[in-house]
Design a protein around this ligand. Sequence first.
Ligand code: GLA
Length: 396
Amino acid sequence: MLRRLFVARLWLVMITLALTPVVGRALDNGLAKTPPMGWNSWNKFACKGLNEKVVRETADAMVANGMKDAGYQFVILDDCWQTSRDANGNILADAERFPSGIKALADYIHSKGMKFGLYSDAGAQTCAKRPGSIGHEYQDAKQYADWGVDYLKEDWCNTLPNQNSESSYTLMRDALAASGRPIVFSICEWGSTKPWLWAGPVGNLWRSTGDIQDCWDCKKTWGGNGVVQIIDLMSGLETYAGPGHWNDPDMLEVGNGGMTKEENRAHFSMWAMFAAPLLAGNDVSNMSADTKEILLNKEVIAIDQDALGQQARRVKKTGDLEIWSKQLQDGGRAVALLNRGPAATKISVSWTDIGYPDGLSASVRDLWNAKDIGKQSGTYSAEVPSHGVVMLKVKP
Ligand code: GLA
């Protein structure tokens, strides 16, 4: 009798566990409580331009130009740092590009007070045909930990036709945990198997879309995902993100030359509204004053890094004019008035659009102009430039 009762209880526990929804469950490694910030080599330097000199200069620049103080913490090597494996299967760095070795580079980044990231792939080869991690997960994770790696991005190229994304990334999650070093885990399967549905307990962030291209509306140019395409793909994913587990709309293109100042500002603002990882993807050693002003806007960064960790929701759309809003830890709202159209246009936000009662008096601050607008009751309107945003903080 007792035994039967025990078995029945066991079943109940197992069924309850199986039915617990993924939403709200997060990877329990204590990392990335706010979206990771840093720099990644890919968008600007791709495969050809990556070497230890570039990485060291980037870290130096991030200290000198205020990026480190603004919160950009990780320096991440993307594809092409690795060439092959030795006879024991240990992953080897490209000795020509990294003559001092990966450990020395990680030590250098750490000596600057920053953190160090690497890239691998869940398949046999990376997207640039360097060795991937399949079959070497535990060996690679241990090597990363020995080198002092703090962040791993794992890509999804050259995987087997029937390879399961959830179990592959779970394997690497467990390997990283077994390494004993805290390592932020960034899943990069481009949204192809809807990672927001399963990756919460597996990774700290997951790419929700294919690769970003350096254009505002790429449908109009060479195709692929530009800023507006990614904005549309992020809409509806807001319930899956939160502290320790983020949707990742890909690295920043700010300062890479394909967009106007207004477009770059809107790109950066929307990523902050999304509570997206803010990984600069430009040459931070040689950036224009405009690029610097965007990447270093502390009030906009604070919206991205808000402790509540909400991803903004599109609360209104009238053709090219959109209103996005998210709640902040202090009870205020971040609001982005976004104009995707060809001409400057006025956009009005009502307090009821952002979850406040109609007659409420609330203070409004324009973040890009760093200007207090004063108390407003029920609504606020602003002229928004073409392909631009007005970003507000509203607080009762
Ligand atoms: C994929 C990823 C990119 C980048 C490249 C490197 O395309 O999505 O972010 O890492 O591979 O080859």
